[in-house]
Design a protein around this ligand. Structure first.
Ligand SMILES: Cc1ncc(COP(=O)(O)O)c(C=O)c1O
Length: 322
């Protein structure tokens, strides 16, 4: 795969400084979109969010939002679980996003962060009767992790179980779990952490879903394995199907990771990234496998608007609908 297709721009660690965002029902400078220290979500983690990418296509002069509607539908599902009321439909949220991106005039790859949260400044651990708010901001962003071969570890931090903190909701407070796992993995020299569920079977990586390939079959944990129901995961099913690969959703044992022919991670942030080593065991021959490469190359063409078969995944930001 050429470097052309990867996300380009600042790393995820750059501090967010300027730009226009959506907050309190209107567009405003990001610098003015602030909350008080007593804000419920800041104290208790009572918010839910999305991460959406938009890819710049230089030839088309177009910025494409990837699966925007699906992300906003998931945001509304997360909000429902947390009893956060969002006074917009998924379509309206997508339209606000188009507006923010075009007003910012982005001509590069960007990452969009919608956040719905308990906004009241009060000391009461509950979900009911607490005023809600919503913000959407966007920042230029390149690759979140390398897409060219990750060395990962199975974390001793377990993935949150659905009846501890809802795992299919993208809950702000739940990301402590991901941060603990990912921080420990990187401190030990790995690129990422794979997390097991309470039953000791594979759930997902710290901020992405996981697939293994065994005997040409593309396999991932079911949505009941305490995973986030990933939108990229669905995209992988579609791509795999289109190139005639069999897919399966079933429980994955830890040691299946070690003996898999190929392993890859997928998610908005990580995009589609091959895993070449897990717990110091080479996956396959220790390089990204052929099916991972094929799916990755298809994925990058699709998200950047270079494959017309997947144009329905994309919402163009600039007029003309090209
Ligand atoms: C915990 C977790 N799992 C999976 C994913 C992948 O989800 P998606 O493909 O919808 O970005 C993410 C990223 O958003 C995540 O944070």
């Amino acid at each position: 795969m050429s470097n052309e297709s990867m996300a380009k721009g600042p790393s995820a660690r750059k501090e967010i400084e300027d730009g226009l965002c959506f907050f309190k029902g209107q567009i405003m400078p990001l610098a003015e979109a602030t909350v008080g220290v007593a804000t419920h979500a800041l104290n208790y983690g009572t918010g839910c969010f999305e991460g959406i990418r938009a890819y710049w296509n230089e030839d088309a002069g177009q910025l494409y939002i990837l699966k925007g509607l699906e992300h906003y539908q998931r945001l509304l599902r997360s909000a429902k679980i947390l009893k956060i009321s969002v006074p917009y439909s998924a379509q309206e949220l997508l339209e606000w996003t188009v507006k923010i991106l075009s007003l910012n005039g982005f001509r590069q790859d960007v990452y969009i962060r919608p956040l719905a949260f308990k906004a009241a400044q009060l000391i009461k651990v509950t979900l009911t009767g607490v005023r809600d708010d919503l913000a959407i901001f966007a920042v230029p962003m390149g690759d979140y992790v390398s897409t060219q071969g990750l060395k990962v570890t199975v974390s001793n931090w377990q993935r949150i179980a659905d009846n501890i903190i809802p795992s299919r909701a993208k809950v702000t407070g739940a990301y402590i779990n991901a941060a603990l796992a990912s921080d420990a993995a990187t401190a030990d020299g790995y690129d990422e952490a794979i997390m097991l569920g309470q039953d000791g079977q594979v759930a997902e990586a710290s901020s992405s879903n996981l697939f293994i390939v065994r005997d040409n079959k593309v396999i991932t944990s079911p949505v009941t394995a305490d995973i986030l129901e990933g939108i990229t995961r669905q995209a992988v099913f579609e791509l795999a199907h289109d190139i005639g690969l069999a897919t399966e959703e079933r429980a994955i044992d830890r040691t299946e990771l070690y003996v898999a022919d190929e392993v890859f991670l997928c998610g908005t942030g990580v995009q589609l990234a091959g895993v070449v080593e897990i717990d110091h065991r080479a996956i396959g021959d220790g390089t990204m496998g052929p099916l991972t490469r094929r799916l990755q190359s298809l994925y990058f063409d699709a998200v950047r608007g270079n494959d017309s078969r997947y144009r329905h995944w994309l919402t163009p930001v600039y007029g003309g609908g090209n």
